[in-house]
Ligand binder design. Structure first.
Ligand SMILES: C[S@@+](CC[C@H](N)C(=O)[O-])C[C@H]1O[C@@H](n2cnc3c(N)ncnc32)[C@H](O)[C@@H]1O
Length: 203
């Protein structure tokens, strides 16, 4: 079963930063690795479903013209909206995926610490929608914790295996460490997308 919204509502009711996104070096480092792994210096429109309290959203706002951030927990969406009120290029919406999905096309879709909450059917729907909303040449970033968590429907490794099975995405970055997996894919016909150096004419 997909993890129910009440689970996240209860987490935010008892703590304003349930995962320690603000305070933990682990989380700050992972965000830095995530941002460094994005192949382009600048993006047009980005979509981040499950934005929590908006720490990664803030980083994305520095690299993207527009960021659409969706969050399924009401409390977290409100806090993110307040937190990023000074960022004119971020729109925060309270919405759960895959029940809803934006109609726009994006240059970047970020699936960070989200996919393990979905059952098989919802995972397939989210991956399909994410892939389908990327412009040709767009970037898909996925980042997930690898250690077991009782409440997770699947492991981070399992989620990344499902992503790797999608047709039409070429992997540009594959980062493996004991604690998390990070993959960057590029949408388009080319199975082997241009590396950052090749795209920049260095090789
Ligand atoms: C572990 S946090 C990840 C936050 C952020 N993406 C990051 O990596 O910094 C997961 C967030 O996803 C939200 N979430 C979980 N299931 C969701 C769904 N089906 N639709 C939208 N948001 C969801 C939760 O409320 C929570 O805030």
């Amino acid at each position: 079963m997909t993890v129910d919204g009440t689970y996240f509502d209860a987490m935010y009711a008892s703590c304003d930063d349930p995962w320690g996104f603000r305070t933990r070096w682990y989380e700050r480092r992972k965000r830095a690795v995530s941002m460094a792994a994005l192949p382009r210096e600048r993006y047009g429109c980005a979509f981040e479903p499950g934005c929590s309290i908006g720490l990664l959203t803030r980083e994305l706002s520095f690299r993207c013209d527009q960021v659409l951030a969706w969050e399924g927990a009401h409390e977290a969406a409100s806090r993110t909206r307040e937190e990023l009120a000074d960022a004119g290029n971020v729109r925060v919406v309270w919405a759960r995926v895959p029940e809803k999905w934006p109609k726009d096309e994006f240059d970047l879709v970020v699936l960070s610490e989200l996919l393990y909450y979905f059952d098989d059917q919802d995972l397939a729907a989210v991956l399909d929608l994410a892939w389908g909303s990327l412009r040709s040449g767009g970037t898909l970033l996925a980042v997930h914790w690898r250690h077991p968590v009782a409440e997770h429907t699947r492991s981070g490794d399992d989620a990344h295996r499902a992503l790797a099975g999608l047709p039409g995405l070429g992997r540009l970055v594959e980062h493996r460490e004991e604690d998390f997996l990070l993959d960057v894919y590029q949408a388009g016909r080319c199975a082997r997308p241009a590396s950052v150096a090749r795209a920049g004419g260095l090789v």
